[in-house]
Ligand binder design. Structure first.
Ligand code: NAP
Length: 275
């Protein structure tokens, strides 16, 4: 029987009828796709492992009666952004969720050849930026849409053994906040969702590889990431999942971060004239 208990026609008319999720084969990406489907959106599922995407697609069709498209794609390839956009060719897309971003990120800077780091930089910076440009262009043309960037608290500071990952997440944070300012008046919502250690299959493999117990660290649930992301989609530019109620800390508070973005954007009027 179709579960329509979480249907949300308002969400679908604002951000549907199709939602694309990158990195949808497991963890937070799968939960984001599931919640979007539960709300009544059709979903495009993208990741490298097609078998996992197809399994999820069957569940979502059966459970929520929505349409699902799956596409295997490695986002580290040179034309990853164009290929990601092509996954939704011919579909009326209203929301894109950039979730893939945590694979092969750890280790000392000098422990890997630069060619390996370059793949991380390409997926988390070049691909993300070009894809934002492509999807935002289409959303602005129709005057509505949304972009969610799943980020990390690693964005707030440099971190030994996570140098390039934290750098890319810092980049994504500033990119998303800037785009929030530029696109909001054009009807497009942008939201950075910054999360801490989260219970995903990927993180579990890290614990296993290093013979460490996941119990030593408090882990956020993947479904909580999905819930917070879609609940706060219109309240950008940034939500820090572990500090939802923090209204005073300039780094963490939703309100204070928004005020800083607005202040600095308006300050540019002195150089560029009125926006
Ligand atoms: N888990 C945490 O503790 C944590 C903490 C802070 C932030 N985050 C952020 O949360 C997001 C999800 O993290 P995660 O732990 O689930 O790890 P992840 O490695 O980003 O995996 C998430 C999904 O991305 C896909 N993916 C990874 N690399 C890809 C690529 N090159 N091309 C296409 N798809 C790719 C994976 O599927 P395939 O393997 O099938 O491609 C999987 O479905 C990331 O943006 C990460 O930075 C996670």
């Amino acid at each position: 029987m179709i579960d329509d208990s979480r249907r949300d026609p308002t969400f679908v008319s604002k951000y549907g009828p199709w939602v694309l999720v990158s990195g949808a084969s497991e963890g937070t990406g799968a939960e984001l796709a599931t919640l979007a489907a539960a709300k009544g959106c059709n979903v495009v599922l993208v990741a490298r492992r097609l078998d996992k995407l197809d399994l999820l697609a069957t569940t979502l069709r059966d459970q929520f009666g929505v349409e699902v498209v799956t596409q295997s794609l490695d986002l580290t390839v040179a034309d990853g952004a164009a290929m990601l956009q092509a996954c939704a060719d011919g579909l009326e897309l209203g929301l894109v969720i950039f979730n893939a971003g945590g694979d092969s990120v750890g280790g000392p800077f000098l422990a890997k050849p630069y060619s390996e780091w370059r793949q991380l930089l390409h997926r988390n910076i070049d691909m993300l930026t070009e894809a934002c440009h492509r999807f935002a262009t289409a959303f602005v043309a129709k005057g509505r849409g949304g972009i969610v960037i799943i980020g990390s608290e690693a964005a707030f500071q440099g971190t030994g053994r996570l140098a390039l990952y934290s750098a890319t997440k810092g980049y994504a944070l500033n990119l998303g906040e800037s785009l929030w300012r530029e696109l909001k008046p054009k009807g497009v919502d942008v939201l950075n969702v910054l999360i801490g250690a989260t219970d995903t299959p990927k993180l579990r493999t890290v614990f296993e590889k290093n013979n460490l117990s996941p119990d030593a660290v408090p882990l956020t649930l993947a479904e909580d990431v999905a819930r917070v992301a879609l609940e706060h989609l219109g309240e950008g530019p940034t939500v820090v999942l572990n500090a939802l109620d923090d209204d005073d800390n300039p780094m963490l508070s939703r309100r204070l971060r928004r005020e800083r973005v607005v202040y600095h954007s308006e300050f540019l009027n002195h150089f560029y004239g009125p926006e």
